[in-house]
Write a protein of this length. Structure first.
Length: 242
């Protein structure tokens, strides 16, 4: 099985840290605090062999993948189905990977104390879900389309609609964190987070496709987005440093 951390997305060379380290991206202010300020330390080999938690199906609740059914009522907003596969660099399915998402509600507000954006909270929407990939590497969520929100990075800064994704492999040390965007969003062009992935082709890999096959008549629009792990070059889903 492919591992997630064999992996880091290759960013432009940095003479001090080497070619595979996320560095400070000036347009995205908080990367200043995330980018390493000292050279990386290589962990002893045995650390990589440590088995993390086993993500068995018993950990996943029946409705964990459906963010529209976690409360007494339905959340407000445009109901969507988002699905795709987790694949390794050879295009093979990654089975049993834990896929977690978190997102703002339809009004662009997170249910989190740090988010004080004056948009309404939705009592029927928590904004978090999870599932395991099946034998074909497939995952699927039912949710509502997240709204845009201002984020204070610079004057008049608004995030395009996005869903945060985390993918764990079979080991706790192997995790990918990234964001999925929606096609046709006019804010993508202005978003320093999306643009911190500098290669336009790699950036395109973060945008889901509208999918009529996934769309359910009279019920929900469908989007498809595949996550490709490892060193698959131009096909690899760009990572976000966490
Ligand atoms: Fe966000």
């Amino acid at each position: 099985m492919a591992t997630i951390q064999d992996d880091p997305i290759v960013l432009p060379d940095d003479p001090e840290f080497g070619p595979e380290v996320q560095v400070d991206y000036p347009g995205y202010r908080s990367t200043r605090w995330r980018a390493p300020s000292r050279p990386l330390v290589t962990l002893p080999e045995e650390f990589h062999d440590l088995e993390g938690p086993v993500f068995g199906p018993e950990l996943i609740g029946e409705l964990d993948h459906d963010l529209t059914r976690q409360h007494a009522g339905e959340p407000l907003g445009e109901r969507i189905v988002v699905t795709g596969r987790v694949l390794d660099e050879a295009g093979r399915a990654v089975r049993g990977a834990l896929v977690e998402i978190w997102q703002a509600n339809a009004a662009g507000r997170y249910r989190h104390e740090v988010d004080q954006h004056p948009a309404p909270l939705d009592p029927n929407f928590s904004g978090a879900g999870r599932c395991l990939t099946d034998d074909e590497g497939r995952w699927r969520f039912v949710t509502i389309k997240p709204g845009s929100y201002p984020w204070g990075n610079h004057e008049n800064a608004w995030r395009p609609s996005h869903i945060h994704f985390s993918v764990f492999g079979r080991q706790f040390t192997r995790r990918l964190v990234t964001q999925m965007y929606f096609p046709g969003d006019p804010l993508l062009e202005f978003d320093p987070i999306a643009h911190s992935v500098r290669d336009p082709k790699a950036r395109r890999l973060l945008i889901a496709s509208f999918d009529l096959e996934t769309t359910q008549p009279d019920w929900a629009l469908g989007y498809r987005w595949d996550i490709v792990l490892g060193r698959a070059g131009a096909r690899t889903t760009p990572l976000e440093e966490s």
